[in-house]
Design a binder for this molecule. Structure first.
Ligand code: PLV
Length: 311
């Protein structure tokens, strides 16, 4: 405890500067150099600790004595990790019952209700400026590692927190001309639906297996980012995302969630090449960075089950 308090007093963050690895296998598929930003090796298993760690540190500094988070996924795991480091209790509100989608909203409402207690603060999984500020650190690391901007950046979108954070980071380091390919799965495609409609859209249900992408409505800020940066919103299907998870495991020996598979599928399914062929992306990209966002909700058995389910 003493250690973690000292860490906080020094203003140190909880995330790690992650490796940027050149992938021979993905470069072969893409026909250009592909770098992997390995957020899967973060403490708590995903990029989430960047933004959520930053959020939790700030609110505890301002007097929060109890953290609440309604995510049973990576955001909740990151919040629990940060709480432990900060030495404050955390309550993670989980949905219960049969229909996950209905009760998910209930968990969120319950968390908001708990956060009305004195000293309690609700940790939003993706929709908060402090979350984006924390995620933006990823781009600073990219700049330090690469020096020159990549030709494109690929990432997955759930509620759009990662997208908003990476966009902020790109603007901050002067890389605002780097195009972003924002991947979602069909059935968790609230960002794509919003772009098509020109306004926020609430999906009736999350039908994709990529549950970590399962925000029903994207953050307003994510939609605004499309006016400031070049963002291609692309939707892959579940089988492409899961197949990308399997290929990535075989190619790089790293197991990630289908949410992350959505981003990897941009390379593996030839979507990048299609954007180039259509003239929307340059045919000669200097390099492509894929944010390997990670994720905890997967193991070898889970991957087998997903493959069986999707045929
Ligand atoms: N998952 C959040 C929000 O879900 C959660 O509660 O854990 N990749 C992985 C592995 C993730 O866990 C998430 C978010 C994303 C991508 C998408 O990030 P976002 O929500 O910032 O766009 C709804």
């Amino acid at each position: 405890m003493e250690n973690s308090l000292t860490e906080c007093a020094k203003g140190e963050h909880f995330h790690t500067a992650t490796p940027l690895l050149e992938s021979w296998a993905l470069s072969q598929v893409a026909g250009t150099t592909v770098f992997l930003k390995c957020e899967n090796v973060q403490p708590a298993g995903s990029f989430k600790i960047r933004g959520i760690g930053h959020f939790c540190q700030q609110v505890v500094k301002e007097g929060c004595r109890h953290l609440v988070c309604s995510s049973g996924g990576n955001a909740g795991i990151a919040a629990a990790y940060a709480a432990r480091k900060l030495g404050v209790p955390a309550t993670i509100v989980l949905p219960e019952g049969t229909s996950q989608h209905v009760v998910w909203d209930e968990a969120s409402l319950k968390a908001q209700e708990l956060a009305r207690r004195d000293g309690w603060v609700n940790v939003p999984p993706f929709d908060h400026p402090l979350i984006w500020e924390g995620h933006a650190s990823l781009v600073q690391e990219l700049k330090a590692a690469l020096g020159t901007p990549p030709g494109a950046l690929v990432l997955a979108v759930g509620g759009g927190g990662l997208l908003a954070g990476v966009s902020a980071g790109l603007i901050e380091v002067g890389w605002q001309r780097v195009p972003i390919i924002a991947a979602e799965t069909q059935g968790a495609h609230c960002f794509n639906a919003a772009i098509k409609a020109g306004k926020l859209v609430t999906l009736p249900n999350i039908t994709s297996v990529a549950k970590s992408l399962g925000a029903k409505t994207v953050a307003v800020r994510a939609l605004e980012c499309t006016k400031e940066l070049e963002i291609f919103s692309e939707v892959v299907d579940d089988s492409q995302a899961v197949s990308a998870v399997q290929k990535f495991l075989d190619d790089e020996r790293m197991l990630v969630e289908p949410a992350c598979g959505a981003a990897l599928a941009v390379i593996y399914s030839g979507l990048l090449g299609r954007l180039q062929a259509e003239g929307r992306l340059s045919p000669s990209l200097a390099s492509v960075v894929v944010i390997v966002c990670g994720g905890n909700s997967i193991n070898s058995q889970g991957l087998q089950a997903l493959k069986a389910q999707l045929g």
